[in-house]
Each structure stands twice: as C-alpha cells, then as structure tokens.
Design a protein around this ligand. Structure first.
Ligand code: ADP
Ligand code: MG
Length: 238
C-alpha cells in the first residue's frame, strides 16, 4: 500500500476551471471518502489520480513518486466504477483474472491469485458461472475481485454502489469495510451520499464547487463543522 498526496491540484476543461487547488494527504492504509454534491469535482479528481485525466496544475503523488506524467498502467492502482461492466461471454474466474492475462501472467499464477480473492468475496462457488447468472450484488463483488487480484497499492472507487438497490447498498457498505480491514489497502472512495461517507470513512474530504471545505474523521465533521456548508451537508440525509 502507498500514501497519496494531492498538492494544489487544479483542473480546467477549456477555459473553465472546475478544481481550484486541491491539497489533501491520504495515509497508507487509510479509507478516505471524497464526498460532495453532484458536479463538485469528485470524479475528476479521482480520474486524475487514476491517470485518466490530465492534471492542469499541481502535483499528485502516489508513495514517493509524482505520477502526473505516468500512464495509468504504471500507477499501481485499481479502479472500480459505478458501471462495472463484466465481460458477458467469459466466466467469473476469467473476468477476475482478465487483466492479469493481458499482462502475461501465467495461468497457474492467475488461478492462485483468483482463488483467495474469490474466498474473501464469497464467490468461490460461482467461479464457473457467467455474469448473466449472477445477482447485482454478486456482479459487484466480481468487479471488486477484478481489482483485488491486481494487488494494487491503491484502490479507487467511484460511486460503486449507486446502481444497487437500497438494501443491497447497505449490506455492501459493510462488506467493503470488512474487505478493507482484511486487505488494508489504501482506498479513495467517491460518493455523493453522506451516510455512506459517515459509515465507511476513516477520513472524509468534503468537497463543494471545486474546493475542499473540510477534511476530518466522521465525528469531527459532525461535531465541529468548519462552516454552514459542511454542517448542512453532513447533517442532512442524502
Ligand atoms: P462529480 O463527480 O462530483 O459529480 P465531476 O468531477 O464529474 O463531478 O464534474 C465536475 C465538473 O467538471 C462539472 O461541472 C462537470 O460538468 C465538469 N466536467 C467533468 N468532465 C468534463 C469534461 N470532460 N469536459 C468538460 N467539463 C467536464
Ligand atoms: Mg462523479
């Protein structure tokens, strides 16, 4: 696992700046949630960390490396999106091992990495099934399995639960927390859902209109909000 640092990071699309100098430090092994209303810049920040968007100004560090100029493949991260498309024509095990296969990892080693990941996720009995034979929650677990087998330094999640129904979303929150407690991989998790942030985060980063309003542990933000925006956002239901 590795630390992550955003140092005065800015992003402009054309003439419009959407992130206005973001500075946040994430420690090794921390589960950090970026939360804020739709359009505040969460996904853009995560995509820059993943190498999917160019950084306009500032620095992004993963561990002891500035990664601004590194292609996604060399960043040692794994990202899980909201729309976790699985390949329909291959099995769960093959879906989980797909990126390793692309990297040229040998079959035996792929199987050795898929097996424990499947155990952690409760997918061991489903490895020979096809995505269409799975429930929504099981598919989401396969998407996480794909990320886990890569053994990244950092996990990135962009609203990974928002396509699930309310009940499943609640149970997946605790599953993801349990997973983090076992693997201890540094995690950056984006959501617009305050409850998700409050229940899952070691540390919350509250964003609003391209700036960071406050960083703190869930109870700190609740008890000592910096301003009315944080108070209103953290204190109100999603
Ligand atoms: P969030 O994930 O918090 O909902 P985003 O990071 O998706 O917010 O978007 C932040 C702002 O950047 C929004 O105003 C959005 O319209 C704008 N934006 C995002 N991606 C692009 C893009 N590719 N081109 C132009 N504007 C964009
Ligand atoms: Mg988003």
């Amino acid at each position: 696992m590795a630390s992550v640092t955003f140092r005065d990071v800015r992003k402009a699309f054309g003439a419009v700046e959407v992130l206005h100098g973001i500075s946040v430090g994430i420690e090794e092994g921390e589960f950090v949630v970026l939360v804020g209303p739709s359009g505040c810049g969460k996904s853009t920040l995560l995509r820059m960390l993943a190498g999917l968007e160019h950084v306009t100004a500032g620095e992004i560090w993963i561990g002891d490396r500035v990664v601004n100029a590194l292609p996604p493949k060399e960043r040692d991260i794994a990202m899980v999106f909201q729309n976790y498309a699985l390949y329909p024509h291959i099995t769960v095990a093959e879906n989980m091992g797909f990126s390793l296969k692309l990297k040229g990892v040998k079959k035996v080693e792929i199987a050795e990495r898929v097996k424990p990941a499947a155990e952690i996720l409760g997918l061991s009995h489903l490895l020979d099934r096809y995505p269409r034979q799975l429930s929504g929650g099981q598919r989401q677990r396969v998407a996480m399995g794909r990320a886990i087998v890569r053994e990244p330094q950092v996990f990135l999640f962009d609203e990974p639960l928002s396509n699930l129904d309310a009940k499943l979303r609640v149970s997946m929150r605790s599953e993801m927390k349990n997973l983090h407690q076992r693997l201890k991989t540094t995690t950056v998790y984006v959501t617009h859902d305050q409850i998700e942030a409050m229940t899952m985060a070691d540390k919350i980063v509250v964003m609003h209109d391209g700036i960071v309003e406050q960083v703190g542990r869930p109870l700190e933000l609740y008890d000592q909000p910096n301003n009315l925006f944080v108070a209103g956002f953290i204190g109100s239901p999603a």
